[in-house]
Design a protein around this ligand. Structure first.
Ligand code: AP5
Ligand code: ZN
Length: 217
């Protein structure tokens, strides 16, 4: 299955993607996680992305599309993938269409996670992220680690992402409404969008998402 996950910052895309990718046996491809891994390794790509992320702005398409394309061409993505955080504007959506068309494949669905803004702010304010792997996320109230400040999965140190500061979150939300929301209509025109509420317990949202994707398949 080839799926795009879309939703505002803090909607729970990364959280859901981890479960959905496991259930569907497809890799979870998060451009945010790829950028953060490059930043922590000090690669040239990481250096290009760093300032944009810190400011809550989108990393330029020239950098992002190439990175996403490379990741999608890896062997584990041959049978399907779950894209989280890509595409993030109309130009990226069109670039993705071209990448897929060149391989004669198409998307199966676009899962749109709907969450009210006040909930998003609460989720981001309490989020703690693993320094060793930014796909490992926790929440001070909703998903506490067994040991304070330590990742259950890998023992890494938990910290608050620099772009999770309140003023940057506001910027990211603004960028989401302006740049990313239009791709939902773009995909709606292709009959691909399923919208679900991302409120409730993590497992309830996963169940809702699996049911929606089953209907879409
Ligand atoms: P990215 O890393 O993609 O961030 P984002 O889209 O802003 O999404 P988040 O990671 O903030 O949130 P999420 O929806 O994954 O929520 P999570 O599951 O963690 O992008 C970061 C930056 O990278 C961008 O600003 C941009 O600069 C750059 N970038 C990335 N992709 C790009 C692209 N394609 N083009 C250009 N630039 C790009 O959940 C949030 C919290 O809530 C967690 O603490 C979690 O434990 C908790 N939670 C989750 N579900 C629930 C629930 N059901 N109930 C209670 N708590 C919950
Ligand atoms: Zn970890």
């Amino acid at each position: 299955m080839r799926i795009v996950l879309v939703g505002p910052p803090g909607a729970g895309k990364g959280t859901q993607a981890a479960y959905l990718a496991k259930n569907l046996s497809i890799p979870h491809i998060s451009t945010g996680d790829l950028f953060r891994a490059n930043i922590s390794q000090g690669t040239p790509l990481g250096k290009q992305a760093q300032e944009f992320m810190k400011a809550g702005e989108l990393v330029p398409d020239e950098v992002t599309v190439g990175m996403a394309k490379d990741r999608m061409s890896q062997a584990d993505a041959a049978e399907g993938f779950l894209l989280d955080g890509f595409p993030r504007n109309l130009d990226q959506a069109k670039a993705l269409d071209e990448i897929l068309a060149a391989q004669d494949i198409t998307l199966d669905g676009v899962l749109d996670l709907e969450v009210p803004e006040d909930e998003v702010v609460k989720r981001i304010a309490g989020r703690r992220t693993c320094r060793s792997n930014s796909a490992h996320t926790y929440h001070v109230e909703y998903k506490k680690p067994k040991t304070d400040g330590v990742c259950d999965e890998c023992g890494g140190e938990l910290y608050q992402r620099e772009d999770d500061r309140e003023e940057t979150v506001r910027k990211r939300l603004e960028v989401y409404h302006r740049e990313t929301e239009p791709i939902i209509d773009y995909y709606r025109g292709q009959g691909l969008v399923v919208t679900i509420s991302a409120l409730g317990k993590v497992a309830e949202v996963t169940e809702r998402a699996m049911a929606a994707l089953d209907r879409q398949a």
